[in-house]
Design a protein around this ligand. Sequence first.
Ligand SMILES: [Zn+2]
Length: 400
Amino acid sequence: MIFHPARIGLLNKRALIRQLRKDGVASRAGLARALGMSQPTAGKIVDELLTQEILEEVEGAEANGDHATRLGRPGRQLQLNRSQPSFLGIQLGVSETRLAELPLGACDENDWHFSFHHDAAAANPAAAWEKQLRNVAKQLRSRKFLGVVLSVPGIVDESARRILFSPNIHWSESADLCAAIGKVWDAPVLLVQEERALALGYLTLHPDQEDFLLADFGEGVGGAVIFGGKPLMHPLPISGEFGHTPVLGNHRRCGCGAVGCVETLLSTSGLLKSFAAAHPRQTASWAALQKQLAENGVEPWLAQSLDAAAVALAAALNVLGLRRVVVTGNLTDLPPTVLEYFSGAIRGGAMWARFGEVECVSAPRNRTAGLVAVGIDRLILPEAEPKLSRGKNAATKLVK
Ligand SMILES: [Zn+2]
């Protein structure tokens, strides 16, 4: 393969930004050393990124408290820009939309300072949504963004910026949400599937973990796969949807139109429904569920539901060749015995566990970090179009 100089420049910039995401703060010399570049080459890239305000300089010793730098001359250190927001992150939830102004270098999940409830009764929910966005826009610190990154649940064609199917927010399927955002903010708008954003967030904060399946439990249940440090490419704009695997004997109707999906058992509302059925005299609240499980451990109704999800996840590990599961969302908010049980059930079905190690870890959701990663990858340092060509008209040949 022949590399064009511009492409080498882009790859070098990507490597440098990735290194800074990992290290937080670094010197020019340190970056050159870590990346195996000459100091002039690294210095030139740094200067370009400083001009673009992607990086910023800080005083070394105070910035990272690193003893090694304190011993030497405290030179100017570099970090990804934390002073001003570069992106606007928007998360479309089932009943609520949240917004956060996101600097490149700071990935704080507490940055969701603005939110509004959807007007489900509105004749045109999408128009009402756009109006609510305009109200939030007036309250934001920043008017100008490099881009807006919208995370949505469901089956999403990210490159065509279309929501093809949204089991829990059907109104979003016919609405052009990206166009609505484009009317409010004069910036490029990116669409990302929400579990993929969570997986990229986890990857940003754990750059050494390059291969994993993230399983998220919340309003819905879904996952995303990272291979070799990148989201898995696949022929159709669908993947990670283990939440819509049918569970034999489960007759609950799912928002996707099917009956018996894993999601109907382990989404927050599904868990509360099962809890209420098992304990009809108790108030079916999340706090009551936590208390009950803390006292009684994993009760049979929950064990059955966890077993069902574990089968779907173990099947995915076996098929894809993965040995690491990252669990985020509501299950991490239950007593630790729940995740211990769940991990054991996943290992029980994973073939690799019979002679090797299968890891199941829990993690907080890092959606803001994921949205920033999407913005960096697609807007600041865009790669060439994905190599894998999708089946012709795969997205448009939908049977409605
Ligand atoms: Zn379903």
